[in-house]
Design a protein around this ligand. Structure first.
Ligand code: PRP
Ligand code: URA
Length: 230
């Protein structure tokens, strides 16, 4: 890992050895969107002049687009139906879908997911980082133990140190939630590497991987910008 010395690398990560973007983008099981509409909307999201209502709308829209990408390989079962014209063999998703928004910033993404998957179960998990240690602290948990899921998406816009994502996935694993996936908007190389190392089998879908730090160029605080608590 190379050391980053740039003063703009983001305060909490200053002086911490970080991998480069190039070192992490080809990690196994990491899917970085190449969709032009996602790039277009991410640019609007990052813009410091984008106000909270528009920011929240964009997070929802990006959630819908990323849900579409992160569900492309879900399994189907045959389903016999009758159209107004004749019977046919269609297909339905095999098994349920869970969505775990990491509060607060994951709420907008989860809402976008629900546009694609309206029947999904939503399990809220509240984590906030200690400002000094950056360690995640759990303050709310509405996870269910009953699971009959084909897949469960942990959704959170920002993957910075990776601490929140790793903590969330440990909690979900403790609850016996199977088939976990992580979906985020922007990842820092450091957090992406840490998450990959902690959960090598969990597919990771992100809209972008930034250059460095906590997170640069990033978009600021995703929770504050969604909910206007700037
Ligand atoms: C943000 C973000 C992630 C976390 C990422 O949440 O939404 O959950 O930071 O940082 P990490 O990878 O270093 O853990 P924050 O703790 O600011 O809470 P919020 O969603 O309530 O704003
Ligand atoms: N959390 C955020 O919301 N933004 C960052 O840049 C880092 C962590």
């Amino acid at each position: 890992m190379a050391h980053q010395t740039s003063p703009s690398a983001g305060l909490p990560m200053r002086g911490v050895a970080q991998p480069s973007r190039e070192e992490v983008i080809d990690l196994p099981g990491v899917y970085i969107s190449r969709h032009p509409v996602i790039m277009h909307k991410l640019t609007a999201l990052r813009d410091r002049h984008t106000p909270p209502p528009e920011f929240y709308r964009l997070v929802r829209e990006l959630g819908t687009l990323l849900a579409y990408e992160a569900t492309a390989d879900l399994e189907l079962v045959p389903a016999h139906i009758e159209t107004p014209l004749e019977p046919m063999e269609g297909a339905r998703l095999a098994g349920g879908v869970g969505i775990v928004p990491i509060l607060r910033a994951g709420l907008g993404l989860a809402e976008g997911f629900r546009h694609v998957l309206p029947d999904a179960q939503i399990w809220h998990l509240g984590l906030r980082r200690d400002e000094h240690t950056l360690e995640p602290i759990e303050y709310y948990n509405q996870l269910a133990r009953a699971v009959n899921l084909q897949v469960c998406f942990s959704v959170d816009p920002m993957l910075a140190t990776g601490g929140s994502a790793i903590d969330a996935l440990h909690t979900l694993t403790r609850y016996g939630v199977p088939h976990l996936r992580y979906v985020g908007l922007i990842a820092a190389p450091y957090g992406l590497l840490k998450l990959r190392e902690a959960f090598p089998d969990v597919p990771i879908f992100v809209g972008a991987v930034d250059d460095r730090g906590y997170i640069c160029p990033g978009l600021g605080d995703a929770g504050d910008r969604q909910f206007g608590t700037l």
